[in-house]
Design a protein around this ligand. Structure first.
Ligand code: NAD
Length: 382
């Protein structure tokens, strides 16, 4: 049965409950400090976190009227349209399912879940109940990624042979992390889910669904010492692989290499490099495109750095909203002004790649991928 989820109107903002009052909720680049420009679209009605004191102080800072300890309590709040899930990775699956079962739209941090069963259930629930799901990371929404996708589809660099995608950082224990970063290094989390997901989303967002994956995966050091912040000096036992390298096969001899590690303390390479038969596209770390073409000008090869001025408003908007872009995208989709670019099927494909990367490394085998997705501006990417 295809029901329709809660429908706020343009006169009534999306009534949002926040689940999780930790780092991504409150960091300068996180959600709550960056909601200012879209406060007319969203009303924060409640926040829930088992660390109730933390939730209380966050609620006081951001004017959220109701503080609750559990998701179950949050889902009881009157006229709640949607929940923003900012919980740690291991509980994403169970919490996302509960939110959808309660008939609420969902924006969630990445990854969508940690098992395919949960990801399938999330996709099924959303479809059956007419609910919108938006899943981080937001990268595929960024105008330079959208332009890279368009240029590839229009054949500007010819057939793509391979891509290199840099996805990782040094890990939360490598800097001044504000809370205890232990869970990032332990089973159920790890850099594949935490960081690899960015590069996987970006390259599949540009090239379309991947067909096969093969990976190496291991633990670099069994104990990590936190280098800064309030937990500086804490020794973390590393139980999740912290060093994963994946290769994706898109069919037709088009490949990509993506990292998911906590070992990139510094890098100067582009974020994404796409090597085609007629040229190269670089997506720079700081955003923006550089394009090499064999016929950059008649008879001569060379690099061009195209202006993104045509989409400058979007560049400014995504940059201004930081992680609050998830809420903006959810509100636009629920109100019918946009279709989900960060959609559940794409997030499920990203998860399948990650789970099969782990399995591939364990078994020493190339594994086929079975899930697929499409993005709203095209019927099929493949
Ligand atoms: N921290 C970052 O810089 C960052 C950046 C991008 C994305 N993310 C993503 O954000 C999510 C959360 O990460 P974080 O760094 O904010 O973690 P965190 O540990 O700082 O905060 C998580 C919060 O969730 C609460 N929580 C735990 N279980 C809960 C439950 N069942 N119901 C409600 N609240 C619960 C915790 O008490 C804590 O307050 C993860 O998916 C992570 O991948 C984090």
């Amino acid at each position: 049965m295809n029901e329709t989820g809660p429908q706020p109107t343009t006169e009534r903002p999306l009534r949002l409950g926040v689940l999780g009052a930790g780092t991504i909720a409150t960091a300068s680049y996180g959600v709550l400090p960056n909601l200012g420009p879209i406060r007319h679209k969203v009303e924060l009605v409640a926040i829930a976190d088992p660390e109730v004191e933390r939730a209380r102080s966050v609620a006081a800072q951001y004017g959220i009227p109701v503080v609750l300890p559990h998701l179950d309590d949050l889902l009881e709040v009157d006229e709640l349209d949607a929940v923003l899930n900012l919980t740690p990775i291991p509980v994403h699956g169970e919490t996302c399912i509960k939110i959808l079962e309660a008939g609420k739209h969902l924006a969630t941090e990445k990854p969508l879940a940690t098992t395919m069963e949960d990801a399938d259930r999330i996709c099924d629930l959303a479809r059956a109940r007419g609910l919108t799901v938006v899943c981080a990371p937001p990268n595929t929404l960024y105008p330079d990624r959208a332009e890279a996708r368009r240029l590839v589809r229009e054949g500007v660099i010819g057939k793509v042979a391979f891509a290199r995608v840099r996805s990782s950082h040094g890990g939360p224990a490598s800097g001044n992390w504000p809370l205890d970063p232990t869970w990032f290094y332990q089973k159920g989390s790890g850099p594949l889910f935490d960081m690899g997901v960015y590069g996987i989303q970006e390259i599949t967002g540009i090239l379309g669904p991947a067909q096969r994956v093969v990976a190496f995966s291991g633990i670099t050091e069994p104990v990590r010492t936190v280098r800064g912040g309030p937990f500086r000096g804490k020794e973390i036992e590393v139980t999740a692989d912290d060093n994963v390298l994946m290769m994706l096969d898109f069919g037709g001899s088009t490949y990509a290499v993506v990292d998911g590690t906590f070992n990139v303390n510094a890098a100067k390479s582009p974020k994404i490099e796409l090597f085609g038969r007629e040229g190269t596209i670089n997506v720079a770390s700081s955003g923006g495109l550089e394009i090499f073409r064999l016929d950059a000008v008649p008879g001569l090869r060379g690099w061009v750095a195209p202006s993104l001025s045509e989409v400058e408003d979007k560049v400014q908007w995504t940059s201004r909203l930081a992680r609050a872009i998830l809420v903006d995208h959810l509100a636009d989709c629920v109100m019918g002004h946009a279709a989900p670019v960060l959609n559940a099927e794409h997030a499920r494909h990203q998860l399948e790649i990650m789970l099969k990367a782990e399995e591939s490394a364990r078994k020493g085998k190339v594994l086929d991928l079975t899930t697929t997705f499409s993005l709203p501006d095209e019927t099929a990417l493949a």
